[in-house]
Ligand binder design. Structure first.
Ligand SMILES: N[C@@H](CCSC[C@H]1O[C@@H](n2cnc3c(=O)[nH]cnc32)[C@H](O)[C@@H]1O)C(=O)O
Ligand SMILES: [Zn+2]
Length: 433
């Protein structure tokens, strides 16, 4: 039994006006007991530990709703290309050389970076997902994991079996910190028959589906030529929607596509920086919000971003919508919501994304006693337009501290960086001499 009391400025993300300049959060084991102003802690709550953080803003941990964590190994390896040549000429040949251990260490590197930048949960899509799960268990974060399924190739059947085994082995692992989804890669890499078999398995096992959708104009063209429809309409007619689905990107949508996403409750993972870097386009986030689509933020991989910093991603997402729509589009609090509660809803996690009694204690603190945070007019604006990864001081997941005073408690950062460096350079040597 552990009881922790945090005293700080508290932004619980329970509504645009909820903020406690002098707040208190009581935590018992993995859950929040109370959130309020000083003195609001229930009588009889005797903490084992008090974290006094009067100059920090404490908020829910950030949620990355679309990434390929182990691709930190490809960070700044292949840049300044559009999606299809980037994948086919650079990324996929590199990925063919990855061993299971490489994926473990690449994921560990991603988790170091995520914790340091205040991300407590990710939705990942990759291969060797047992290794990814083990890295997550070691790091102490929360994660939803999906096996990336490229169904048009020779390995499609085996990959689907691996995804099934992943559900059996890791769904609910780490006292519920890990859950599993199916990860069919995209409509252009999976046949109709393959997607149908994925849906059958997902329904049988009661888990969701995570897929790239409508990312580039190339994709729209390919699917239009092949099936005479948009990717969203194609997937809908196939029967892929209806259960829990996370559609990453959704950059190129018709009004009918948006209506389908809204009516089928498809959740959208928005990756503004990756979409800008690959020049994929600007997703219609303002319109999707207006239609009531559930939205989360993602970084996509460190190879198309090239970092996993959700603070940077919030800023980019806001600025990109303002550039496209107008300056009132996607205000700060709404972006923060996408990175917290919206992310939780996107991932189907009911007890994270807010600081409220009964919710999991997934909590971060941001050090506001720095020149770039004065004067303190608006905390949400500071968090979206000013803050960056290095401002995060404390990270807790499931009531357990993963970082204190910017020091990681669950991982040896030096060792992880060295392993990643050696392994990435080995592969580069094999490919490029
Ligand atoms: N090739 C793997 C499975 C795929 S995992 C998910 C895949 O998505 C790729 N990927 C990363 N970012 C993007 C993106 O933005 N769009 C499409 N695919 C991406 C990534 O390189 C990876 O190959 C196997 O061994 O079976
Ligand atoms: Zn992706």
């Amino acid at each position: 039994m552990s009881k922790v009391l945090i005293r700080a400025m508290v932004l619980p993300m329970t509504g645009p006006d909820s903020f406690y300049p002098q707040g208190e959060i009581a935590i018992e084991n993995d859950r929040i007991v109370s959130v309020g102003a000083y003195g609001s802690v229930p009588t009889g709550f005797i903490p084992d530990r008090i974290l006094e953080l009067p100059n920090d803003v404490v908020m829910p941990g950030l949620i990355n709703t679309h990434t390929h964590a182990a691709m930190t190994l490809l960070r700044s390896y292949a840049d300044d290309l559009p999606l299809m040549p980037w994948l086919k000429e650079k990324v996929w040949p590199f990925e063919e050389k990855l061993t299971e251990e490489d994926i473990y260490w690449g994921t560990a590197l991603a988790l170091c970076e995520m914790i340091r930048s205040g991300t407590t949960t990710m939705l990942d899509m990759y291969a060797s997902m047992d290794q990814v799960a083990e890295a997550v268990l070691m790091a102490g974060t929360r994660a939803v994991l999906s096996r990336g399924l490229i169904g048009n190739g020779p390995n499609g059947k085996r990959a689907l079996e691996e995804n099934i085994e992943l559900v059996q082995r890791y769904h609910g692992a780490g006292a519920g910190r890990i859950s599993i989804m199916f990860g069919p890669h995209a409509p252009y890499t999976c046949s109709a028959e393959y997607l149908r078999s994925v849906k059958v398995e997902a329904d049988r096992l009661g888990v969701g589906i995570h897929i790239h959708v409508a990312e580039t104009e190339d994709e729209i063209k390919i699917i239009q030529e092949q099936y005479g429809k948009t990717p969203v309409q194609w997937l809908d007619e196939l029967g892929l929607f209806g259960g829990h689905v996370v559609a990453a990107h959704c950059v190129h949508l018709t009004p009918e596509d948006m209506d389908i996403l809204a009516s089928k409750r498809v959740c959208v993972a928005h990756n503004a920086e990756s979409n800008m870097k690959l020049s994929s386009g600007t997703a219609p986030i303002t319109e999707l919000r207006a239609k009531g689509v559930i939205l989360g933020l993602g970084t996509d991989s460190a190879s198309s971003n090239n970092n996993l910093d959700l603070f940077g991603e919030m800023r980019s997402a806001a600025l990109q919508q303002k550039l496209k729509v107008n300056s009132t589009a996607l205000p700060a609090y709404e972006v923060l919501e996408m990175a917290t509660l919206g992310g939780a809803q996107t991932l189907g996690l009911e007890d994270v994304g807010m600081l409220a009694p009964g919710f999991k204690a997934d909590i971060i603190s941001i050090d506001m006693d720095q020149p770039h945070f004065y004067p303190r007019f608006s905390i949400p604006a500071h968090l979206v337009y000013v803050a960056h990864a290095g401002d995060v001081r404390t990270v807790m997941v499931d009531g357990k501290l993963l970082m204190e005073e910017r020091k990681l408690l669950t991982m040896d950062v030096g060792k992880v960086c060295q392993e990643a460096e050696t392994r990435a350079k080995r592969i580069n040597g094999e490919l490029n001499g």
